[in-house]
Design a binder for this molecule. Structure first.
Ligand SMILES: Cc1cc2nc3c(=O)[nH]c(=O)nc-3n(C[C@H](O)[C@H](O)[C@H](O)COP(=O)(O)OP(=O)(O)OC[C@H]3O[C@@H](n4cnc5c(N)ncnc54)[C@H](O)[C@@H]3O)c2cc1C
Ligand code: SF4
Length: 590
């Protein structure tokens, strides 16, 4: 029996970007706000101070800041006729843990999504007709347009000090930026990072081929910067230990130093770490949340009553809590009805190796999580994807990210995979191999979804979340086409044919054991229709209006870019709706 605590006004589940943003915006209202974080407390000092900040074994092998799969995991299968098994190795599944969530150790590529990515269904049908959408594809529009979200993208970029070059300010094309981007009101707050030698080779080759390279917008700050909240960010020193690590310079934007200290200035805000929320509790009629139940570090079960519940527990955590708590109708793939668990999507990958001459050095140990050049010529609806035979696109890029000794072991295809031969191949390749990668959009299908596993349970006795996912024909075609573009660019750089990297051309079934990206989307999507979405345009549950759900779980399908730009913008958007509308008149906002 859980011990009942005195009631509070708001509980927030998760201390990552989404939880951090709403905490920072809600704490000054004077309401009693309690945030729960299942992981440990951590801060830049002492946790990310040198030299232990660069402990590769701790961060990239033992994944110190990633969810402990012995406590909680998900089960996975490719299709409904298979038995799903628990994920025991991280592979494609890397949910962050500890204070700051994944935001404390992400890479930092920070995008605005294209206008089309906010209206994929209507935008596609307007251009190509209804017939282009396969019968099993649950293609849906966002309920929020790019124009509505633009001020919130701008706010997130300013808070994080994003380094980049605008390509379109108020409709005026700006040389050096992305010519395909939607109009923005302002230039990025800080200039692009210094380009690496490999980036200059990529820029030259893609320009020769008629494409439009530009520097990736990064949350690795290119110079000292003070954000609008008065918080200083340091200058990135290209330390090469970025993705999966904390930043000792506070150059990598993270909620643990940009959001939570501001929330904590208010004595009405409290952060409880080592506290896992296991359920959102509902009133007897199921139409109102009464608070949450959580388990603390001592294993005690406690009930925290609250008037408003905000979930920011990453995609899988949010979907799990919604299903386990009985909020919203669970999705049924057989009838394509129900909403919670619907529209899961991942991201496609692949690319091409670049084997350079021995006098060209890549210096892979020097870089940052997001440092790189990108082209958007094959992304979204910037090109005729219908002519190419599928819906969607993706970004193509070259990054100088991390050459740390435990994770970066490049060898060319055909070289030995172990022993002395492998070591020699690795030493030969380390300074002279690079790669072009592509990140492909993945559409949503009725057969790709989440539900609760009938067999396996977590350490708290809850059924595990089950994921059913596989590549579909649309995505296989897209990945094959984009791999060919990567090969073309690699050949332009070296003057000779180069091998494809990562994913083979004949894409088989999705392999959950392989690291690809961390970009899971969907499961609790937002929309205009309660029959096809769990949330309204303010990320508020249609069924239980005092529950808001934030994060990439709200995206109806995935894009050819990383998710955190829109995740952050939507968290500010929802926080605005809560403070300006909901708190004045609690109830359904739509
Ligand atoms: C290694 C890595 C690199 C990445 N690089 C990029 C990038 O370059 N660009 C980009 O756009 N995105 C990137 N991402 C994704 C990005 O980090 C996420 O989109 C973003 O952090 C999501 O924020 P969130 O608040 O939704 O979730 P998270 O940051 O995951 O935060 C969720 C928090 O909730 C806590 N939590 C979960 N369940 C519970 C529970 N039941 N009770 C209490 N607490 C709970 C977790 O411990 C966690 O701290 C990367 C992710 C990883 C892991
Ligand atoms: S590469 Fe830059 S942003 Fe990343 S951890 Fe190192 S100093 Fe920080």
């Amino acid at each position: 029996m859980a011990t009942k605590l005195p009631p509070v006004d708001v509980v927030i589940v998760g201390s990552g970007w989404t939880g951090g943003i709403v905490a920072k915006e809600l704490a000054p209202t004077g309401l009693k706000v309690v945030m729960f974080e299942r992981g440990r407390p951590q801060d830049t000092y002492p946790d990310f101070a040198g030299p232990q900040a660069h402990d590769a074994l701790k961060y990239t092998r033992r994944l110190h800041m990633v969810q402990d799969l012995s406590q909680e995991t998900i089960t996975f299968r490719n299709s409904m006729d298979q038995v799903a098994l628990p994920i025991r190795e991280h592979g494609f599944y890397w949910p962050g843990t500890n204070v700051g969530g994944s935001g404390a150790h992400w890479s930092g590529l920070t995008w605005r999504w294209l206008e089309w990515e906010h209206k994929m269904r209507s935008g596609t049908i307007a251009k190509y007709g209804k017939g282009i959408v396969p019968e099993d594809m649950n293609l849906q529009d966002w309920p929020v347009s790019y124009d509505e979200l633009e001020p919130y993208y701008d706010k997130f970029e300013k808070v994080c000090g994003i380094s980049g070059k605008a390509g379109n300010i108020k409709g005026r094309k700006v040389p050096g930026g992305n010519p395909f981007e939607a109009p923005r009101q302002n230039e990025y707050p800080t200039p692009p990072m210094t380009a690496s030698h490999m980036m200059t080779l990529f820029d030259k080759a893609t320009s020769n081929l008629g494409y439009h390279p530009f520097p990736i917008p990064t949350a690795n700050c290119s110079q000292d910067y003070v954000n609008p909240d008065g918080i200083p960010l340091g200058q990135c020193h290209y330390c090469g230990h970025c993705t999966a690590y904390g930043c000792e310079a506070n150059a990598k934007a993270s909620p643990h130093f940009l959001m939570l200290p501001l929330a904590r200035k208010n004595t009405n805000f409290e952060l409880r770490a080592n506290a896992t929320v296991v359920k959102v509790n509902l009133a007897a009629d199921g139409k109102r949340a009464t608070g949450v139940t959580y388990v603390d570090a001592r294993g005690r079960e406690l009930e925290q009553p609250a008037d408003l519940v905000i979930l920011g527990a990453f995609v899988t955590g949010n979907v799990h809590l919604m299903l386990h708590s009985g909020i919203g109708r669970p999705y049924d793939p057989k009838t394509n009805t129900g909403v919670v668990g619907r529209n899961y999507a991942f991201q496609g990958g692949g690319g091409a190796f670049i084997l350079l001459d021995k006098d060209v050095f890549t210096n892979p140990f020097m870089g940052s999580g997001a440092l790189g050049s990108w082209i958007d010529d094959f992304n979204g609806d910037n090109y005729d994807f219908a002519k190419a035979g599928y819906i969607g696109g993706g970004g193509i890029s070259l990054g100088n990210n991390s050459g740390d000794p435990l994770t970066y072991h490049p060898t060319m295809p055909g070289q030995p995979r172990w022993g002395r031969g492998w070591k020699k191949a690795m030493v030969d390749a380390y300074q002279h191999v690079s790669a072009i990668g592509h990140q492909g959009a993945v559409m949503s299908y009725r057969q790709n979804y989440f539900d609760l596993d009938p067999t396996y349970r977590d350490a708290f006795g809850r059924p595990l979340l089950r994921l059913t996912f596989d590549w579909q024909e649309n995505e296989r075609k897209l990945m094959a086409a984009h791999t060919a573009v990567c090969e073309r660019i690699a050949a332009e750089i070296t003057g000779r044919k180069q091998e494809s990297a990562g994913t083979p051309r004949s894409f088989g079934r999705f392999n959950s054991a392989r690291y690809q990206t961390t970009h899971n989307t969907g499961g609790v999507v937002f929309g205009d229709d309660p029959n096809t979405s769990a949330l309204n345009k303010y990320c508020q549950s249609w069924d239980v209006p005092n529950v808001f759900v934030l994060g990439a779980c709200v995206f109806p399908q995935n894009a050819g870019r990383n998710p955190t730009g829109p995740v952050g913008a939507l968290a500010f958007w929802a926080a605005d709706a809560i403070t300006k509308k909901y708190l004045k008149r609690p109830g359904a906002l739509v």
